[in-house]
Write a protein that binds this ligand. Sequence first.
Ligand SMILES: [Zn+2]
Length: 269
Amino acid sequence: MKLAIRDDDTCYFTKPRDIENIYAGIWDTVPVSLAVVPFIHSNSDAVPPDRRGGEGSDRELPIGENRALVDFIKDKIKEGKLHIMLHGYSHRNYRTGFEYDTGRDLYEKTKKGKEYLEELFDVKIRSFVPPHHALSRCGMKAVVDNNLNIAGTASLHRRFLFDYRYLTNLAKVFAFRLKYGKRPVRYPYVLDFGDHKEVYCYVVVPKVTLKELIDALYFTYERGGVFCITGHVSSMSEDRTRIQVMKDIVKESRKLADVEYVSVNELFD
Ligand SMILES: [Zn+2]
């Protein structure tokens, strides 16, 4: 089994010490793949509530303007503890929906965000995490045309395509849900669509118990699949029980033989 950790919403507002407080002690075992918002919008729900721009505010804040954060991340990339993925462009919510659901100019924004992060962190961006896991057909095309794989698969039926690989994958996931629908488990393998790959992730949130996540870990392990858990530095800093959940999952996984700890990018290799 391959095991990866994803953490969402790293942006201009993220504090290096919050990342360190949560992941020091974890990233020596499992590298952490940060889903980074390159140009966070001042009213995005990924901005800490006390820093949100308020009514009438309409600004995009490049992560590169937080030098302390960029330097910190670059050091940890060199140490193999952090990896970078793209998490939307501005993580902005519209009245009509989320950024990659109803936003415009998504191909251009994806390209700009990807190239910006590649230049800033001197890495190759290979993976995309849709904000709120919301991805329309148009949003998916923007991502795939920029040669990115997708972590945190959004509902496939909303992107229905008459394509052989697409239909095969849809059938696999549908059959899986029919068989295991009552258990809170995800399809445990990477889905290959030919032009890109996708993987499901588990999110550490209060409504999901540690027991459910440990059950899912063993479910995936028994099938030799890929297990990806997702945290959020911003909310976990306020809720230490979630940090403990993350640590307990990693600790449990260390009891198992043949677990490969990888970045999210490496899940797709
Ligand atoms: Zn997000």
